[in-house]
Design a protein around this ligand. Structure first.
Ligand code: FE2
Ligand code: FE2
Length: 292
């Protein structure tokens, strides 16, 4: 039996309006995490489809069991992020277009690439989550605590379960495809695609969410955009799409460097996430969940 516990959650997003800037202390982080919500809907839908397609190839019952529990967790994440995104669309109907575009990107990927590639995509992206989400969860006091409790709870639940199933996608990939070199070689194209999806979501925010609600240029998470805008707005200030703070400006440089090193390490052949340093909040969350 897999050790994973699929937990179905309801954050009651329909009860009252969900603000775009859900953490008023950090609009850049609010925008970035909203883009993660859009990406999660498309990406996790792709994972579920890929695992279903891969099922007949799973001859090891342990791997099949891990895949089933992993797929259930991702299915629950996707459904919860849909509720969050739906609440944002209710407020800004143009964002429906943005969601369609994000899901469309993943549907296109599913049509255009092999199952091996999508298993590598899942393993590569999931491998980055433990170091990245550790950075976020370790800074709970500034990134989550001051925010809307429903949105903050959604992300904390999702991120601690990503830490819990940090090895699943690699176990599946290694059992079914088994080429660590292939996974490493595909990483550049995979992360180019991830960034493309984040750009689609962020550009949609700039287009459909008025500046007074969004507070920042949603594209400011991309260094290339910040550099371009600096040059452009020095000549034509009216082309500004808002101020350009970074989501992690308030976080320690050392912690950010550790996360970056973890991302690079996660893409190397023979990476084993079971040895990763884990965020303290994950254990605390599981203990409190188990205690009811
Ligand atoms: Fe997930
Ligand atoms: Fe995941």
């Amino acid at each position: 039996m897999s050790d994973l516990h699929p937990r179905k959650m309801d954050f009651a997003f329909e009860e009252r309006d969900v603000p775009f800037v859900w953490n008023p202390d950090n609009p850049a982080w609010s925008s970035m995490s909203n883009a993660i919500s859009f990406l999660a809907v498309g990406f996790e839908k792709m994972i579920v489809k890929a695992i279903m397609q891969a099922k007949p190839r799973m001859t090891d019952p342990k791997v099949a069991d891990e895949a089933a529990a992993f797929m259930r967790q991702e299915g629950h994440h996707s459904a919860a992020h849909r509720q969050h995104v739906k609440a944002l669309i209710n407020r800004y109907p143009g964002l429906q277009n943005t969601l369609d575009a994000v899901i469309g990107e993943y549907d296109l990927l599913a049509e255009a690439t092999s199952l091996d590639y999508r298993l590598a995509y899942t393993a590569d992206l999931e491998a980055t989550f433990t170091p990245v989400f550790k950075l976020m969860l370790d800074n709970d006091a500034t990134l989550f605590r001051p925010g809307d409790d429903r949105v903050a709870s959604l992300f904390i639940w999702h991120f601690v379960e990503e830490v819990e199933h940090r090895s699943s996608a690699l176990i599946i990939f290694n059992s079914l495809v088994g080429s660590e070199l292939y996974r490493t070689r595909m990483a550049p194209s995979i992360f180019t695609h991830v960034m493309k999806v984040m750009r689609i979501a962020s550009a949609g925010f700039n287009l459909h969410v008025p500046m007074k609600d969004r507070k920042v240029d949603a594209m400011s998470m991309f260094a290339t955009h910040r550099a371009k805008q600096k040059v452009l707005t020095s000549f034509a200030p009216y082309l500004s799409k808002g101020i350009m703070p970074r989501a992690f400006d308030g976080l320690g440089r050392g912690e950010q460097f550790t996360a970056l090193a973890g991302i690079i390490r996660s893409q190397m052949p023979h990476h084993d996430p079971s040895h990763e340093k884990l965020p303290a909040l994950a254990d605390e969350w599981f203990a409190r969940y188990d205690a009811g």
